[in-house]
Design a protein around this ligand. Structure first.
Ligand code: F6P
Length: 362
C-alpha cells in the first residue's frame, strides 16, 4: 500500500546528507512506490509547512555533493521555536503541535529525521507524542551514543589528515611546532583519528586533560632526538588539567549556545612561554564539514538511508539506524540521545598511539 514519508535534515551540515536523502528517496519511491516529501531548513520547514515533493524533484547527481539540498538549521528547536511577539521581541514557543498538524495534513505516515543529538532528541520527543519517526545519525563529531559511526565523520577525518600532511612541510622546513585545531565539540574523535592517521607527535583531546609541561617535554624529546619539528593536533574541546575549555562564541538563540574554539592559540602562547620552539596555529574550522563525502561515508549514508526505509517497511518507529559491530541495525532513539559517546582514554587507538610514542600531554 502506498505511503507518504517526510524527511528533514537538522543541525550543522556535514558530508553525506545528500547521499542519505538520495538513498531514502530511491528506496522509498523505487523499491516500494511510496511518496517522499522533504522539509526545508530542518524543523523550520516542518513548522512552516515548507517542503519539496520528491515526485517532482530529482535526486540524481547529488550523491557526491556536500551540504544538503534540503537546507538545515541548528537553531530551530520545534519545542522551543523562536517567534517574534507583538512587541517585536523574540520568544520561545512550543510549535510541536503545529508540526504534527502539518505532518497529518500532508498525509505523512512516517518522518525520517537526520541529525545529531539535538535533532534526534526532538525526534525522540515527537515519537513520545505518537509520531512515527526514524532517526539517522549525522555529525562530523562522531559523538552519538548507540552507533559505532555517525556519517560525515570519516570525511572530516580525511580532511583533517590531509591538513596534518600539509602542515608537515612548513614544520620541517622552518623547524617549528605546528598546531592544528580541529572540531568535535566535547569529543576527541576527529583529533584522535586524524592525529594518528597523519602521524602527529602530540594529540590533545577533551577526554584526557593535558599538562602543558608534559606537552613541552614531548617537544623537547623530539628536539633531543634530532627531530627539529613537531605536529600537534588539538581538539577544540581539549583543556588543561584543572583548567577549562576555550569558548569562541555564545550563540544566544541556539539550543546549544556554546561554540568552542581558540585552544590552539592558547596552546601556542603557553608553549612559547616555556620553550624556544617557534609555534604556529592553523584552525581547520568549517572545511571539515564541507565538500564531497568520501567513499566510506557514501557507503554508510546509502546503508543508513535505505535502512531507514526498510525499518519503516518493517513497522518500526522511535528508533535510529545505527552501525553496531559492522552491521546496520536499529536502536531505540532513547539510547542514542542525551549521552555523548566519548573517546575511552584506555581504548585501542589511544593505546596504539602511545605505543608508537605519541604524547597526549598527560
Ligand atoms: O557539531 C558539528 C560542529 O561542527 C562542531 O564540531 C562545532 O563545534 C560546531 O558544530 C560548530 O557549530 P556552528 O556551525 O554553529 O558554528
Amino acid at each position: 500500500m502506498s505511503k507518504t514519508l517526510g524527511i528533514l535534515t537538522g543541525g550543522g551540515d556535514c558530508p553525506g546528507l545528500n547521499a542519505v536523502i538520495r538513498a531514502v528517496v530511491k528506496t522509498a519511491m523505487g523499491k516500494y512506490g511510496w511518496n517522499v516529501i522533504g522539509f526545508r531548513d530542518g524543523f523550520r520547514g516542518l513548522v512552516k509547512n515548507d517542503f519539496i515533493d520528491f515526485s517532482c524533484v530529482s535526486v540524481s547527481g547529488i550523491l557526491d555533493k556536500g551540504g544538503t539540498i534540503l537546507g538545515s538549521s541548528n537553531k530551530d528547536n520545534p519545542f522551543k521555536f523562536i517567534v517574534m511577539n507583538e512587541n517585536g521581541q523574540e520568544e520561545f514557543v512550543d510549535m510541536s503541535s503545529k508540526c504534527i498538524e502539518n505532518i497529518k495534513e500532508n498525509g505523512i505516515e512516517y518522518m525520517i529525521m537526520v541529525g545529531g543529538d539535538g535533532t534526534l532528541t526532538s525526534a525522540r520527543d515527537f515519537a513520545r507524542m505518537g509520531v512515527k519517526v526514524i532517526g539517522v545519525p549525522k555529525t562530523i563529531d562522531n559523538d552519538l551514543a548507540g552507533t559505532d559511526l555517525t556519517f560525515g565523520f570519516m570525511t572530516a577525518v580525511d580532511t583533517a589528515t590531509d591538513a596534518v600532511d600539509k602542515l608537515h612541510s612548513t614544520a620541517e622546513s622552518h623547524q617549528r611546532a605546528m598546531i592544528l585545531e580541529v572540531m568535535g565539540r566535547n569529543a576527541g574523535w576527529i583529533a584522535l583519528y586524524s592525529g594518528l592517521a597523519g602521524g602527529a607527535d602530540v594529540i590533545l583531546i577533551p577526554e584526557i586533560p593535558y599538562d602543558i609541561d608534559k606537552v613541552c617535554d614531548a617537544l623537547r624529546r623530539r628536539e633531543a632526538s634530532g627531530k627539529h619539528f613537531s605536529i600537534i593536533v588539538v581538539a577544540e574541546g581539549a583543556k588543561p588539567i584543572g583548567g577549562d575549555v576555550v569558548i569562541r562564541q555564545i550563540v544566544e538563540d541556539s539550543p546549544d549556545p556554546i561554540r568552542l574554539g581558540g585552544i590552539g592559540n592558547k596552546l601556542a602562547v603557553d608553549i612559547e612561554k616555556k620553550i624556544k620552539t617557534e609555534t604556529r596555529v592553523t584552525v581547520l574550522g568549517y572545511l571539515q564539514r564541507g565538500g564531497h563525502p568520501n567513499a566510506q561515508d557514501r557507503l554508510i549514508c546509502t546503508e543508513y538511508g535505505a535502512g531507514a526505509v526498510e525499518a519503516i517497511n518493517a513497522g518500526e518507529s522511535g528508533v535510529m539506524v545505527a552501525l553496531v559491530n559492522n552491521e546496520i541495525k536499529t536502536i531505540p532513539l532513547d539510547q542514542a540521545v542525551n549521552k555523548l559517546k566519548l573517546v575511552d582514554p584506555d581504548s585501542g587507538y589511544v593505546q596504539i598511539a602511545k605505543d608508537i610514542g605519541v604524547s597526549f600531554g598527560n
